[in-house]
Design a protein around this ligand. Structure first.
Ligand code: 4G0
Length: 226
């Protein structure tokens, strides 16, 4: 799939998306990633992207003209255009799965105090937030979404990694896991995991997942979210 990102800070994207699994996915051609500087669609000497709000008030807004021109150039009919802003619907694993089915996604990063409302009305197919907090701009949320979507693309993860994801997505948190040594600084791995009794191990894991989910994320047990 192709993901384009429109941002005022293209330099922030060098690094996080050039490492690890996303790097591999890009090299394999499974993810085509385009990072675009919004200032490239300005026409004035100062490359102005923002302006003061009508009616007064603090802060600045992203003005419509550069974003309209950029989106009109970068997006087609089939592109899903997404604004990243704290007012968006909360990004989660099910939205990541939905985006991973798309041919083309365009992520539009906000900054300053937000967007001129006409950008939302005329250009956005959706608005997403990665959580209830405010960042200086939408570049980090864009990278979070690129990462979460990329690892779901067919062929990106190995069979082992994908089936592990499957178990997390069944609506509960994972319980504890252990690797060698069987005893470390006096701390022992639970006997059941060393027993070789696969039925008992499965039962124990399910019970541990239930206990952990009740303690940490009771909201996951009420509704089936993921
Ligand atoms: C639009 C996303 C964009 C409006 C973006 C800020 C957090 C998130 C921005 C604002 C962002 C998130 C109204 C402050 C840029 N911060 N939680 N900052 N306002 O996904």
């Amino acid at each position: 799939m192709k993901i384009d990102v429109l941002t005022l800070f293209p330099g922030m994207f060098a690094g996080p998306l050039d490492e690890s699994i996303v790097k591999r996915a890009r090299e394999a051609g499974l993810l085509k990633l385009g990072i675009h500087n919004l200032r490239d669609w300005t026409h004035d000497r100062h490359k102005t992207v923002d302006d003061r709000p009508f009616g007064g008030g603090p802060g600045m807004l992203l003005k419509p003209e550069p974003i309209f021109e950029a989106v009109e150039q970068l997006a087609s009919e089939q592109t899903k255009v997404i604004l990243l802003c704290p007012q968006g619907r909360k990004f989660d694993q099910s939205i990541a799965r939905e985006l991973a089915q798309r041919e083309h996604v365009l992520l539009v990063c906000g900054s300053y105090e937000g967007f001129d409302e006409r950008i939302r009305e005329a250009l956005a197919d959706d608005e997403l937030s990665i959580g209830d907090f405010v960042l200086t701009n939408g570049a980090l949320p864009a990278m979070v979404i690129v990462d979460a979507v990329t690892r779901l693309l067919p062929g990106v993860l190995g069979d082992d990694e994908s089936s592990r994801d499957e178990s997390f997505s069944h609506g509960k948190l994972e319980g504890p896991h252990y690797t060698r040594p069987a005893e470390f600084r006096g701390m022992k791995v639970p006997d059941v995991l060393l027993s070789g009794n696969h039925a008992e191990i499965a039962k124990w894991r399910e019970q541990q997942a239930q206990v952990r989910t009740e303690a940490r994320r009771p909201d996951l047990l009420g509704e089936q979210k993921t």
